[in-house]
Design a protein around this ligand. Structure first.
Ligand SMILES: [Zn+2]
Length: 244
């Protein structure tokens, strides 16, 4: 629907790397949207907006492409979640996307995922906080810039066969989160007084909840940054040509 090459590339990444069934995505895909710089500028929408009750800042995920998920959650309608809840992001690894979508919710460390495996706590997540920190929480951030920088949205290398270009790919989820369900904590990037995101104070960048049903998955987000052109696959041919 977007006609943007960046968006199509992100779609190819999902197909090639995430091992998902098409049914996890909304058939209507009304909210599939490309937020690459060009598309965002062309849309004329603001970088940030107010949402939820009580109102809270929310930002658009500039630089990312959003694929709307097929959300089977009856509470969205009767609780008017899309109007009343806050918007946040959860960065994750490519391998964790499928277990999260199989469960249709963000999971707590230690949860048993579909198939019987245990979701391990990330070591670096515990190391970044003091000893009072309870790692058994779901972590989200209202700031996509923060999620991008955090180690949770770890990038994975991917070569797009279409363009023979190598990319660093990041994945994240856009979620609604129930106001009042989460504790607000400060950043742990050692940013000091340097502001990470102009729409949120540094001391409000990490939101934690233990309430699993308090988050609803809404969109799968992909961001691709190109590495240098992937020439190596072509070089041997040239060598043969020149030296034989
Ligand atoms: Zn775009």
């Amino acid at each position: 629907m977007t006609g943007c090459e960046y968006y199509e590339r992100c779609r190819r990444f999902i197909k090639a790397k995430l091992n998902l069934l098409g049914t996890v995505f909304s058939e209507e895909n009304k909210y599939d949207e490309c937020f690459c710089k060009d598309c965002h500028e062309r849309s004329g929408r603001p970088n940030a907006y107010r949402t939820g009750n009580p109102e809270q800042n929310a930002v658009h995920q500039i630089g990312w492409a959003r694929f709307e998920l097929d959300v089977h959650d009856h509470k969205i309608v009767y609780m008017k979640i899309h109007q009343k809840w806050h918007v946040a992001f959860h960065g994750t690894e490519a391998d964790t996307v499928k277990p999260i979508l199989d469960a249709n919710m963000l999971l707590l460390p230690g949860d048993i995922v579909l198939g019987g495996d245990k979701l391990e706590q990330r070591k670096e997540h515990t190391e970044e906080h003091d000893e009072k920190f309870d790692p058994k929480n779901i972590f989200v951030s209202p700031s996509i810039k923060y999620v991008e920088q955090k180690s949770y949205a770890k990038s994975v290398s991917w070569i797009d066969e279409h363009t023979s270009t190598e990319y660093d790919a990041k994945v994240a989820f856009e979620v609604w989160i129930r106001p009042g369900s989460y504790e607000i904590h400060g950043q742990t990037l050692e940013a000091g007084s340097e502001r990470i995101d102009e729409y949120f104070r540094n001391d409000s960048l990490e939101w934690f909840t233990k309430e699993r049903p308090a988050t609803v998955l809404y969109g799968l987000l992909i961001k691709l940054d190109s590495k240098q052109k992937h020439w190596s696959r072509f070089l041997p041919k040239f060598h043969l040509f020149w030296f034989t």
